[in-house]
Design a protein around this ligand. Structure first.
Ligand code: ZN
Length: 418
């Protein structure tokens, strides 16, 4: 039995995916022999209801100097962050005198660039040196380090307290969440707010999107499981806004308790979570059954395509795809290659399943009949990009929210499997 990372109560495991490689560990052929594996298992805390991994990979193994993900590689995410920055600025910085914006996990400065261009004081905290360098190259001030109590104190000492702290798709990655929130509590000015976004547990359960579960995602948040943790640090959720990004995320705005009125939508969302059973362990036992059914349906479809002689390639060498390929046993005999636009991944093999990652030019030069859409969370952007291929009869095989095809007759909505 594992102890909860948040409250020390016992965590009850509900789903074990078996041995997994590093989700973002795309590797060269000569590295295959020394590839590390660890069990990927997720559990529910009976004490505070937090859903979390039961075994952790050392952060240094995941977020190193060669960390491959650059936020700016997705134009769509760039627009999303620009909108977030504009909204947060209008809502929380209006009238503030020389405000300070701090971003935890600031990546290549895509978000903070919006503040930098507006002449607003800003500071990014980013542990991966290569992406942090890209941010500094564009003039976004960045410290290369992990965020916690000590970093928060150092920021306050050098720059003062923050009016706005941002964190997108980063808090769910940090095992010492307690240390991070203690740091946020110290860093925030009395009326300051933390605005953060992470994949939403309600969407993961509703859509059976089990590929959101991988080594980098230590926690799976909902309003209900964040509430007691935030309260311990004198913080509360004052706004919560569902987002379409990353297959279903939630944007939480958090402040010192009593500093701002709580939006009525917060209680409405909590009630929806209670009705969906998100705070009850039985829900996750049902989730496991749904995940197993999803895996079986996907493997059956891929085997049917192989027997019919249909060539299938993967689309999007995402961290999420590592969970799917390894859990479902999707090796090159089922999916011959994975197309991806990220230069650092091209020419490498996918973690564990060892499917070759090829440039997008290969997809254009030799279009497959079917593409397994690993980057399903960018479906709208990708369907628009591949409109001609779809018009010519190409089909995307998807598995969220259910196994089915997206084609010229059924764009955007997965048709039920026949
Ligand atoms: Zn707990």
């Amino acid at each position: 039995m594992t102890q909860c990372l948040v409250c020390d109560h016992d965590v009850e495991p509900f789903l074990n995916f078996g041995p997994m490689p590093i989700a973002n560990g795309f590797l060269a052929a000569e590295q295959v022999a020394s590839e590390p594996f660890a069990d990927l298992e997720v559990g529910f805390c009976g004490g505070c209801t937090m859903v979390q991994l039961t075994q952790l990979v050392e952060p240094e193994a995941m977020f190193h100097e060669n960390y491959a993900f650059f936020t700016s590689s997705s134009a769509w995410m760039g627009r999303h962050f620009a909108a977030l920055a504009a909204d947060a600025r209008a809502r929380w910085l209006d009238g503030a005198e020389d405000p300070l914006v701090v971003e935890i996990g600031s990546n290549d400065g895509t978000m903070l660039g919006n503040f930098q261009e507006a002449g607003i004081r800003h500071l990014g905290i980013e542990p991966s040196a290569n992406v942090a360098q890209a941010a500094m190259d564009r003039g976004v001030e960045t410290w290369v380090r992990f965020f916690g109590r000590e970093t928060a104190d150092a920021v306050v000492e050098q720059h003062g307290r923050a009016d706005l702290v941002l964190a997108t798709n980063v808090l769910c990655h940090i095992p010492d969440l307690d240390g991070v929130l203690a740091g946020v509590s110290r860093l925030l000015a009395p009326g300051g707010v933390l605005v953060f976004e992470d994949p939403y547990l309600g969407d993961i359960v509703e859509k059976t999107s089990y590929d959101q579960i991988y080594d980098e995602h230590v926690f799976y948040f909902c309003l209900g499981n964040l509430k007691p943790l935030l309260a311990r640090h004198g913080l509360e959720i004052v706004r919560a806004e569902p987002q379409g990004v990353h297959g279903g995320s939630m944007r939480y705005t958090v402040a010192h308790a009593g500093a701002h009125p709580v939006d009525p939508a917060v209680e409405d969302l909590l009630e929806r979570e209670r009705l969906a059973g998100l705070h009850e362990p039985e829900t996750y036992v049902r989730f496991r059954t749904a995940v197993e059914a999803s895996r079986d349906a996907l493997v059956a479809e891929l085997e049917r395509l192989r027997e019919a002689g249909v060539r299938v390639v993967g689309y999007g060498a995402t961290s999420k795809s590592t969970t799917v390929t390894n859990y479902c046993g999707i090796t090159p005999d089922l999916v011959s290659s994975i197309t991806d636009t990220t230069p650092t991944k091209q020419g490498k093999l996918s973690p564990g399943a060892h499917v070759p990652v090829v440039p997008h030019e290969d997809f254009r030069a030799d279009p497959p009949e079917v593409a397994l859409l690993f980057a399903w969370n960018h479906q709208a952007e990708i369907v628009a990009k591949e409109a001609q291929w779809l018009a010519d009869g190409g089909r995307f095989l998807v598995y969220v929210p259910r196994v089915g095809f997206v084609d010229r007759d059924a764009p955007l909505a997965a048709t039920p499997q026949v």
